[in-house]
Design a protein. Structure first.
Length: 308
């Protein structure tokens, strides 16, 4: 079997793991641009195993000529960038990494929440201008004693809820299947309706996969339910939220704060750097040095254990 990695830095431990199973591994030459479109499709045809990231989009049309068994190994927890046609599902298997970046994304969520709740962007600007703290438009606010609302109940959502407990927050959760999460209830998490969560929470963390059911789950109506003093953080796919409505509200209400970890192109032109109640990071929440290695290793292990 032959494997190709769009990563030029796939760890040697992963290469060795595959080679020990008789797989010949080829890495993208250092410094070359990662393949997309036709170039990616040609690699998919030529190799048995293809290592990709969420930036490599694989629409149904990319699978038209596939007649032999293939493995797509995505160094991510999400798989919504891969669209295998029903007629090809018996040939194509997907290996992802659902555990590797849970704590990492949860840390980033709270980094954004603290930055916005403590008004650090405005504080930095105020200090740069040599002004006293009285010049700030609002005072910092504690997380302790406030209410955290988490949309979703998967691995990352659970990690966020666990950190919320450490900060002494009341914890609310909404999920499609609350009956499946008795462990969270036993730990003191309150299962509530989505509308109730949005109305009650001071900090909202959106941690839910993109699907047909979750596309624009937080639409303009639901965004209107949020408190004027709420902080909304999303590390989910951009399509889960009506971002135009969300950022419009932030532009009209300076006390309403938004933290997004997205592919930057998804909201370009919808916010400005002088909006001190908004921070957007370019899809880096799960990409620390440590979690990147864990993603590669978990993904490779899944290829070896389940796919070969």
């Amino acid at each position: 079997m032959k494997a190709f990695s769009v990563f030029d830095d796939l760890p040697s431990s992963c290469v060795e793991m595959l080679e020990s199973q008789g797989v010949e591994v080829t890495l993208l030459p250092h410094g070359e641009e990662r393949p997309q479109g036709d170039a990616l499709q040609q690699l998919f045809y030529a190799y048995d195993i293809l290592f990709i990231s969420t930036a490599q989009k694989m629409p149904e049309s990319m699978f038209d000529g596939i007649e032999t068994r293939k493995v797509i190994a995505t160094a991510s927890s999400g798989t919504d960038h891969i669209h295998v046609p029903e007629a090809k599902k018996h040939l194509v298997r997907i290996a992802n990494a659902t555990h590797a970046n849970r704590s990492t994304v949860a840390e980033h969520t709270f980094a954004l929440a603290l930055l916005l709740r403590k008004h650090l962007l405005e504080g930095r600007q105020t200090a740069f201008e040599g002004l006293p703290k009285k010049a700030m438009s609002a005072k910092p606010v504690d997380l302790f004693g406030s209410t955290l609302g988490v949309v979703g109940a998967g691995g990352i959502a659970t990690a966020v809820l666990n950190l919320g407990k450490g900060f002494g927050m009341r914890r609310l959760c909404w999920t499609f299947h609350p009956d499946h999460h008795g462990d969270l209830v036993d730990d003191g998490v309150e299962m509530v309706s989505l509308d109730a969560l949005l109305q009650l929470a001071d900090v909202i963390s959106v941690n839910i996969p993109l699907s047909e059911a979750t596309s624009e789950l937080l639409d303009a109506r639901r965004i209107s339910l949020l408190k004027d003093t709420a902080v909304l953080i999303s590390t989910s796919r951009p399509e889960v939220i009506d971002n135009a409505a969300l950022l419009r509200r932030a532009s009209l209400c300076p006390s309403f704060c938004v933290g997004l970890d997205y592919d930057a192109k998804s909201v370009v032109g919808q916010w400005t750097t002088d909006m001190l109640n908004v921070i957007v990071t370019p899809h880096i929440a799960g990409g620390t040095i440590e979690s990147r290695r864990r993603l590669f290793e978990e993904c490779t292990q899944n290829v070896v254990e389940k796919m070969l």
